[in-house]
Design a binder for this molecule. Sequence first.
Ligand SMILES: Cc1cc2nc3c(=O)[nH]c(=O)nc-3n(C[C@H](O)[C@H](O)[C@H](O)COP(=O)(O)OP(=O)(O)OC[C@H]3O[C@@H](n4cnc5c(N)ncnc54)[C@H](O)[C@@H]3O)c2cc1C
Length: 398
Amino acid sequence: MSLPARTVDVLVVGAGQAGLGTARRLVDAGVPDVLVLEAAEVGASWTGRWAGLRLFTPRRFSTLPGLPFPPGPGESPTRLEMAAYLRRYADVLDVPVVTGTPVTGLTRAGTGFRAATPAGEVTARQVVVATGPHRRPRVPAAAADLAPDVVALHSSAYREPADLPDGPVLVVGGGNSAAQLALELAATRPVTVAAPGVPRALPTHVLGISLYRWLLVTGVLNAGSGTPVGRLVRRRDEAVFGRDLPRAVRAGRVRLVPHRVVGAAGRAVTLADGSVLPVHAVLWCTGFLPDTGWLEIPGALGPGGEPVHRRGASPVPGLHWMGLPWQTRVNSGLVDGVDRDARRTAGRIRRALDGAVGRRDLGGPPPHRLGRQTRWPDPATSTPPSSPCPSPRWPTRP
Ligand SMILES: Cc1cc2nc3c(=O)[nH]c(=O)nc-3n(C[C@H](O)[C@H](O)[C@H](O)COP(=O)(O)OP(=O)(O)OC[C@H]3O[C@@H](n4cnc5c(N)ncnc54)[C@H](O)[C@@H]3O)c2cc1C
């Protein structure tokens, strides 16, 4: 674990899709001196999720710019395929990505920042925080009132059915994780789902075309968070991709109680309608919170530790967020939505660096026209550019 540089123009914290996509767009914008620090390994969030997880986004919509998703069995990738894709992306990105190096503290240093890591300090003129919105399990307070012999796990700690004891399981939540895990568990035991309402299940395909594609072409996924469409989508509960859950409920393989869990006592939970459900094991699919405890900069976080930002720009000059749900659009928190926000963030950073020192002092070429270069050239038909700017290492064909 060694740091290639102690002072950089831009430090990107986190090597998930948001961090790597931003690093790519910084390269395109001609920012020469970028460093990505990653606490674990590239794509760690995906390897850390449950074994049977398949993305709900089809392969072609699970990509970052310039590197198509390799073909494979099934329309959507598995979590391991996604992690491998991100590792490949980091390999062909001409930016140092240092793994196993968590940023444990970020403070101001003059007009820039000082990041503390176990391998030493890095100073940076601009910082992009791309550490992911799904870091800390969000579990209802009632969970603490369950008896110690009730096995209760958050979805982030669940890997496979054997993690739960034989016998009935209560799955709490109405989103995609709850739906996928309820179906997985229903193959071997009785499952009840307690969701805040009847989950809104969408078909995966309409007229033979993936729903994700329909939502893209109709502009729903790219709708701005503040537009009428964006506000409407945000007001509604998370939609579940696929109709397998309602089918299983109709077939009696899964029991659905459309009420929130509001309390717990011993071996039972209380639902919002006042009914009481005995429980043997509970799987909380109740979402996540970001982990921002290491950010020690006044004004960067709200009272609950939530990022303060406008379209990803922090009120703290030089600090930027990436990968936040609803950052600018409906799909900002999805793989496919990274690039639009990354281009915006890279442009903002390039302008800030230009304004601070003058373009020539950066030593890089003039910025590319962002938005035009949305794809890396096909390595089979093009030659690497001769420009002195850091360029992608060209992916070889498998
Ligand atoms: C169960 C589940 C299924 C999902 N399925 C889909 C799907 O099918 N399609 C889709 O588009 N989206 C999906 N998402 C949403 C989203 O795409 C993923 O959560 C994705 O992992 C978010 O990417 P990210 O880069 O923002 O964060 P992450 O993937 O979480 O990456 C953040 C990285 O930052 C690192 N890090 C954290 N703290 C530090 C630190 N202090 N210093 C250095 N590094 C740090 C982490 O180790 C991690 O590698 C899903 C989310 C969940 C929870």
